[in-house]
Design a protein around this ligand. Structure first.
Ligand code: ADE
Length: 470
């Protein structure tokens, strides 16, 4: 992942990133950081970049021209290395106390970007017109005012970079710590067993991993309740929705449960008549209506959030009101399955499985008619599609959908009946379990796919789910 920081003080960024974990990550190429000096792009012969605000007021403003030209240089650099498509959808973060408050789930989202641009303001701010043209996200790191955006940019880069694969080495650790799940981390102890008369809690010395996990979880809950009641309330609300509403039909609602549990999407609506979960950034929302009457109400509620343009409907009754409100582009039914055990299926066949690169995009698209080109491209770029290779030939592939469900399964005709699909899914299930996740799968309504999920010991939903684009 590459960070680009547009700043008047590039040395502040460069010096701060030379040491420790981020310094090492830069050296070994996991992340790249370029501090770009806005002053180098001014057309003023005295190298001036600021001026007085119209209408009067204290302080100076950074002018639009140098910021705009600096951004065009960053954009051109990205276009040259990654192509126009990546350059066209660059996320540009402006650091300002007026922005949305930065938090861990947002760090996770930003870590999925290939290139991320920061604009650091100074003085009294930046001319509004250039912000309107280039900025996609306004972020704050807290309700206090700093002298510039460099420290906030560094804070955000640190939080994002440590989620980039390879930066922390032990990759699971970022997933199981403070703020994952809206809970704070449990207390930790190291040698000696006794210090200042205080002993390490006995359970940690027991060697019983199940008990240790339970104790840690309980400690996390207690700590959060006591130190961050605001977070605890969010956690409790989510657990309540999962356990009282979505557990009614676990396999049918597993995508919603996991989107909440993994912190990928937020709760938009939850009452006795239905639940809406969604992500305003990707435009995906998931609707569950517990009665026919509720269907209209839920669709209206989701439509009030104009950002949603992809709807995952868990009852066919939701389709009619949606079609009345919008022009919809087809409706694809699919079925979900959930893997309830913590032990991965055994892999019977020895096949080489490798993460696929974007080179395979065309080949995959030919066999994935239900999935959009942009989705395949994104999953390839993020290393979430895997190929099975037999004597260096791509015999099949499988991977993760954007929501996190397993699927996108295809086995070439000449390799069918050899257990390749089963092996790939077993591999992916094992991977998800090792990350502490509940594996679930999303399949087109084909008998072969459903039979395969059953064979793997997954519990299938009895009803279909419908994917609708508007
Ligand atoms: N610039 C000045 N203060 C800031 C803050 N609290 N967060 C982000 N950017 C800022």
């Amino acid at each position: 992942m590459n960070f680009h920081v547009m700043t008047l003080f590039p040395e502040m960024i460069e010096q701060a990133l030379q040491t420790s974990i981020l310094g090492r990550a830069i050296k070994n190429g996991c992340i790249g950081v370029k501090a770009v000096n806005i002053r180098e792009y001014t057309k003023d012969k005295h190298k001036k970049v600021d001026d007085y605000p119209y209408g009067g007021g204290a302080g100076m403003l950074i002018q639009a021209q140098p910021v705009y030209d600096c951004f065009q240089a960053v954009r051109a650099d990205v276009e040259q290395r990654k192509g126009k498509a990546v350059a066209d959808r660059l996320r540009v973060v402006y650091l300002t106390p007026q922005g949305q408050c930065f938090h861990q789930a947002l760090a996770g989202k930003l870590a999925e970007e290939e290139e991320l641009v920061f604009l650091c303001g100074h003085y009294e701010g930046v001319d509004e017109r250039v912000l309107e043209e280039i900025v996609t996200d306004y972020l704050s790191i807290g309700d206090y005012v700093l002298t510039g955006g460099e420290l906030p940019a560094l804070v955000i880069m640190d939080a994002v970079a440590r989620l980039v694969p390879g930066v922390l080495h032990n990759e699971v650790s970022a997933d199981l710590e403070t703020f994952h799940d809206d809970l704070l981390e449990y207390p930790q102890y190291s040698r000696p067993v006794e210090w200042h008369g205080k002993r390490v809690p006995e359970v940690l010395l027991s060697g019983d991993h199940k008990k240790v996990d339970e104790w840690r979880r309980e400690q996390s809950r207690e700590r959060t309740k006591c130190l961050r009641p605001d977070l605890y309330e969010k956690y409790q609300r989510r657990q309540e929705v999962i356990h009282s509403l979505l557990k009614k039909n676990k396999a049918l609602y597993i995508d919603m449960t996991e989107a909440l549990q993994r912190g990928r999407e937020e709760l938009i609506y939850a009452e006795d008549d239905g639940v809406i979960v969604g992500d305003r950034q990707t435009g995906i929302c998931r609707l569950a209506a517990f009665s026919e009457k509720a269907a209209v109400k839920l669709v209206k509620r989701a439509a009030a959030e104009s950002k949603f343009n992809q709807y995952v409907l868990h009852q066919p009754s939701l389709l009619v009101p949606l079609e009345e409100m919008y022009q919809v582009e087809g409706c694809t039914p699919f079925r979900q399955a959930v893997y309830n055990s913590r032990i991965a299926p055994t892999i019977k066949k020895r096949i080489e499985i490798r993460s696929l690169t974007p080179v395979y995009q065309q080949e995959i698209l030919q066999h994935s008619s239900a999935v959009s080109e942009s989705c395949i491209k994104e999953q390839l770029e993020k290393g979430r599609l895997f190929g099975a290779f037999v004597e260096e030939n791509l015999a099949g592939f499988a991977g993760l959908h954007q929501g996190g469900g397993l699927g996108l399964l295809y086995v070439d005709k000449s390799y069918r009946g050899q257990g390749i699909g089963r092996t790939m899914l077993s591999y992916l299930i094992g991977q998800q379990l090792s990350e502490g996740l509940t594996p679930y799968a999303v399949a087109a309504e084909s008998q072969a796919a459903l039979a395969l999920f059953r064979q793997l010991g997954m519990k299938l939903g009895k009803e279909s789910v419908y994917w609708v684009k508007r």
